[in-house]
Structures are given as C-alpha cells and as structure tokens.
Design a protein around this ligand. Sequence first.
Ligand code: 5GP
Ligand code: MG
Ligand code: MG
Length: 190
Amino acid sequence: THTTTDTWQGGLTADLSKILLTEAQIHQRVAELGRTLASEYADKDPLMVGILSGSLLFMADLVRHMNIPLSIDFMAVSSYGDRTTSSGEVRILKDLSNAATGRHIVLVEDIVDSGLTLDYLCDVLRTRHPASLEICTLLDKHEARKRPLQVRHVGFPCPNEFVVGYGLDYAGHYRNLPYIGVLKPAIYTT
Ligand code: 5GP
Ligand code: MG
Ligand code: MG
C-alpha cells in the first residue's frame, strides 16, 4: 500500500523542507521503468549492477517489474562521507562478483549528480568488454553535471538540491524513508 506517509509524519520527515516524490509516484514510475527494461532486455539475460548503498531500494523494486531472466550484482565505491558535494575522487570498495565480459550490463544508480562516479565506473567496466553498458538512474540532477554522460533511463529529473529517502542518505541516515524529500539545509550546515 502507499499509505505509510502518515505513519512517517514527525520523526525523520521533520528534517525535510519538502517532499519531492511520494511513495505512489515512485512506485508508478519504477514499475514503468522495469517494464521498459524487461522488453529491451528480454533475450539478453542482463547483469543488473546496483551501486551501493543508494540503489538498494530502487534495485529491489525495479527488478520486481522485470519478468525476464537476469542477474543482480553490486559495486561499492567511495562516497562523499558526510559531505553533500562531490570530491570527484572515486575508489572501488567492492567489485562485481560476476564476470562482466560479454554481459549486457545495466548500471542501477539512485542519482546522477556531477556524473563523476558513473563516468569513472563506465571507464572501468568498458575495459572488461561487456556486450553493452547502459545507465538507469532513478534521479537525474542534470544541472550539476560536470562530465557528459549518456544516461539511457531516467526515473525523474531532480532539482539541484540535496535530497534524501528511498535509498538516498545523509551521513548514513534517511535511506529508509519510503519517499524522497529535500533535506532542510539546517541539518547539514550546522
Ligand atoms: P556524482 O558522482 O554523480 O556527483 O554523484 C554520485 C553519488 O553522490 C550519487 O550516487 C549519490 O550517492 C550521491 N549524491 C549526489 N547527489 C545527492 C543528493 O542530492 N542526495 C544524496 N543523498 N546523495 C547524493
Ligand atoms: Mg549512488
Ligand atoms: Mg550517500
């Protein structure tokens, strides 16, 4: 159901200045994306690669709408820590468990901001000669892009503000919010 918003009033929600995407909006769009990917990759046995930890909820919901053979894998990269802007410095903390060679890879990301992380990861993965490599992101903060990046599937455009929820964190928190909102700047500027 999509009625949990009420039970989430107060608590974490009090730290948001506004709700950007409701649970119902997210659910509907993710289902759409899943069905689109399922038809595009019907005969390709894609390797769905989530970038930890932000893509966790998105991946879990997305693949539920892909009724085709596929595999799921994850990579972890160095993150911003407690900061809210990109350092541009990327380190692989956990690599794929599957071989990438010859596979149709779909990188599943929570949000593309500067594009530095995915630009780097795509370079790394291309050296392994996948059959194809595409990006599917839930949110696209297009204004913040510092590298041109081909993003094939976008859930929603995102304003250039710091957002949390549905996998997206600030200092490790808020990932469990079932919807996405803008974090009050007072939370991270003190
Ligand atoms: P990029 O390398 O494209 O600048 O961003 C990479 C990562 O930074 C994203 O996958 C995400 O984890 C984090 N990030 C970027 N913008 C936001 C935001 O508005 N909120 C949160 N919680 N994380 C963000
Ligand atoms: Mg991410
Ligand atoms: Mg983060």
